[in-house]
Design a protein around this ligand. Sequence first.
Ligand code: H2B
Length: 114
Amino acid sequence: MSDLKQQKCVPCHGNDPALTLIEIEQLKPQIPGWSIVEKQGQLQLEKIYKFSDFQQAITFTNAVGNIAEDEGHHPALLTEWGKVTVSWWTHAINGLHENDFIMAAKTDEIYAKR
Ligand SMILES: C[C@H](O)[C@H](O)[C@H]1CNC2=NC(N)=NC(=O)C2=N1
């Protein structure tokens, strides 16, 4: 399988099935440090990134927002002093799609290159 962070999100209109638990377990090793959490009955990818002040956290938040707009796939972002909590899931299917793993990998790349 090619590197997730090099992939583009595919349009998801709610017809695709959510990933199965087996598919999720197969993809998870490619996004180390991300947790699978269940919120309001939906599986989501979640990761907390650490920073040394608020400015760095908000700069990272904006960079993640920019790739979300580029890819047409949007996260939940909680920006606090010194940390940003990023959550990816696919609203259209109330669950996880490969797009979420692609975006998680791209989020890690932004953090690594900041
Ligand atoms: C029309 C538009 O592409 C859709 O509403 C997109 C926008 N961004 C999205 N982001 C996420 N995370 N899930 C979606 O289902 C979704 N749908």
